[in-house]
Ligand binder design. Structure first.
Ligand code: SF4
Length: 327
């Protein structure tokens, strides 16, 4: 690992100042992804700004929303009574992510900023436009069974690995950020970006901006929800594909619905048209199957990930079945 400086500010402004003054600095919290990247030489920050002393770990009810501090641990959030009661979809997604040990270290802010697990990105001997712009995309003609079926470009076909983010985009969350130019609020759907010609940029954050919290609006999705994660082994693994499903029912009629997929795109993939197709319909397999067909429109596979074209609609149907059966 390269040598680096280490600072641990106790004030938010000091952390942002330190980052603004040094383009080669990185914030670090749980470090569950960044330290791996540094050990492999994929990221080589010259300064780490440890933000763990900042008071950003509260989970607080606000008027009309629940605010979760960026430094709240994944394990804490997944077991929090307010989260379990108001946003069980988020609790399920967090519990599906990583191992218990990692959830005890990883923070909410770090979870959403974790980087792709594309093998070519992690191997510095191989071409990767995300790690080294202009070097090529090894996965495009290489081993691409974990890769995207939506929203990719000819520069990058990687997927975003976070489970938590799939639930947050389905729940219409917002991200609060603070940076050299002040504070701002981003819709969660606008935090991550598609690769286009600049796959080295994972998010729409401005340089030096710090995520301080996520806010989830109150919603009727407190009961009939399901986070379905399909992975290669029953213990911890990244998703081949996942579905966050939430419905609000009036008897057997769907009043409102949310759907999003993970493991299919460079960002958590919200399925708005499929959601619309569910509203006002009976909660039956035929309804779910029609929504799944709409959801998969425009999907395109590469040499090794065509299985996702079949797995996707089946996972959507199963997630909706499980959600409508939940109590
Ligand atoms: Fe790199 Fe993206 Fe290609 Fe993977 S898919 S090798 S991350 S450019």
């Amino acid at each position: 690992m390269n040598q680096f400086q280490y600072v641990r500010p106790t004030k938010q402004n000091a952390a942002i100042d330190a980052r603004a003054k040094d383009a080669n600095a990185q914030f670090i919290a749980g470090g569950t992804n960044l330290l791996d990247l540094m050990k492999r030489g994929v990221m080589t920050p010259q300064k780490l700004i440890d933000i763990n002393k900042l008071p950003l770990d509260k989970i607080e009810k606000q008027s009309g929303s629940l605010r979760i501090g960026a430094l709240a641990l994944n394990s804490t959030v997944s077991e929090d009574k307010q989260v379990l009661a108001q946003h069980p979809l988020l609790a399920q997604a967090l519990s599906a992510g990583a191992s218990a040990q990692l959830r005890n270290m990883a923070t909410v802010g770090g979870n959403m900023l974790q980087r792709t697990r594309c093998h070519y990105f992690y191997d510095t001997a191989l071409p990767c436009n995300k790690r080294e712009p202009g070097s090529g995309c090894g996965a495009l003609e290489g081993i691409n069974r974990m890769h995207a079926i939506f929203g990719f470009s000819d520069k990058c076909i990687a997927v975003h690995p976070s489970d938590m983010s799939v639930a947050l985009v389905a729940l219409d969350a917002a991200v609060l950020v603070s940076g050299p130019k002040g504070d701002r609020r981003l819709a969660f759907a606008d935090l991550h970006r598609l690769p286009g010609d600049t796959p080295e940029k994972d998010t729409n954050l401005e340089p030096g901006e710090l995520i301080t919290a996520v806010e989830i609006p109150d919603s009727p999705f407190t009961k009939n929800v399901h986070y379905l994660k399909v992975r290669e082994r029953a213990s911890y693994a990244f998703a081949l594909l996942s579905v966050a499903a939430a419905v609000s029912l009036d008897g057997n009629t769907i009043k409102d619905a949310r759907l999003a997929m993970g493991g299919v795109a460079h960002k958590p993939w919200r399925l708005v048209e499929a959601e619309k197709s569910l509203i006002g319909k009976p909660a039956t397999e035929a309804t779910f199957r029609q929504a799944a067909e709409i959801a998969m429109q425009g999907a395109k596979a590469f040499k090794h990930n065509a299985y996702k074209l079949k797995m996707g609609p089946n996972a959507i149907v199963q997630a909706l079945k499980n959600a409508t059966a939940a109590s």
